[in-house]
Ligand binder design. Structure first.
Ligand code: B12
Length: 226
């Protein structure tokens, strides 16, 4: 089966809210040994964008939004073991605490970022959704995190990302953590504005930005120690 046809099936599975079709398409993706991330992005995530647009235009309502999320999650359940098995890098790149900002219960994208960071060799503590800014810091202190990642899918919850940075500054520990942000309404411009260290548009970007920032930090630490 052709790659484009499989991506199209993944896309259709989301927009048609068809879980069975989604699982079949994922099995094809695995069988044909295709790039799994490309499948997620060009199939499943594109489907979610269309669902979001339809919701905004009032063509569909909350139950459909919920169902689309359920189909996405169920398809990811089939895909996750394959992703972890295929790409896992053994090693210790650093520790990440990741969650979704307070007031925000979107977690599909954040969970994908968490999973990919794991496969890239990071130790990941996924602290869930609707997380108040101070809790990110508490968890980061507890596990001695290098990176704190905050996801926000709602314009109203983006301020939670700024709150965390403000807390770090107020405690005089801004430099102790790399702060990465992401999620639909966020952008590089927003990251610059609030003083975040990194922004990732997709989960793939999130991994490359995390790797880049952690290696920069190690170089700075080595220099200041020697
Ligand atoms: C599924 C969904 C839901 C599901 C979520 C289920 C779940 N378990 O997560 C449910 C039904 C619960 C939901 C609820 C609501 N939703 Co909603 N939802 C969506 C939808 C359709 C898809 C989101 C998604 O999962 N996308 C797929 C993933 C893979 O993509 P992603 O999240 O963008 O993540 C990627 C990147 O952003 C990035 N990334 C994400 N996080 C991070 C973190 C870091 C650190 C980094 C580096 C990168 C990164 O990497 C990810 C992978 O590539 C979007 C539409 C859209 N276009 O986003 C609306 C959308 C986000 N929802 C919206 C709204 C309005 C709501 C509700 C308020 C609806 C209501 N009236 O109740 C509630 C909010 C409840 C709350 N308090 O949070 C609006 C938000 C508008 C805005 N800008 O404020 C959107 C944009 C729909 C729309 N167009 O109107 N929603």
């Amino acid at each position: 089966m052709k790659k484009e046809a499989i991506f199209e099936d993944l896309f259709r599975a989301i927009v048609d809210l068809d879980e069975e079709k989604g699982r079949e398409a994922v099995n094809q993706l695995i069988k044909e040994k295709l790039d799994l991330l490309e499948g997620i992005e060009k199939g499943l995530s594109r489907g979610m964008e269309v669902i979001g647009e339809r919701f905004e235009k009032l063509e569909i309502y909350l139950p459909e939004l919920i169902m689309a999320g359920d189909v996405f999650n169920s398809v990811m359940e089939t895909l996750q073991p394959e992703i972890l098995a295929r790409d896992k890098i053994v090693g210790k790149r650093g520790t990440v605490v990741i969650g979704t900002a307070k007031g925000d219960i979107h977690e599909i994208g954040k969970d994908i970022v968490a999973m990919l960071l794991k496969t890239a060799g990071f130790t990941v503590h996924n602290i869930g959704k609707d997380v108040p800014a101070p809790t990110f810091l508490e968890e980061a202190k507890k596990v001695k995190a290098d990176i704190i990642g905050i996801s926000s899918l709602l314009t109203t919850t983006m301020l939670g990302q700024k709150d965390l940075i403000d807390i770090l500054k107020a405690e005089g520990i801004r430099d102790e953590y790399i702060v990465m942000i992401g999620g639909g309404p966020t952008s590089q411009a927003w990251a610059d504005k609030i003083g975040a260290d990194g922004y990732g548009k997709t989960a793939k970007d999130a991994v490359s930005v995390a790797l880049e920032l952690i290696s920069k930090r190690k170089t700075i630490k080595e220099r200041s120690n020697g």
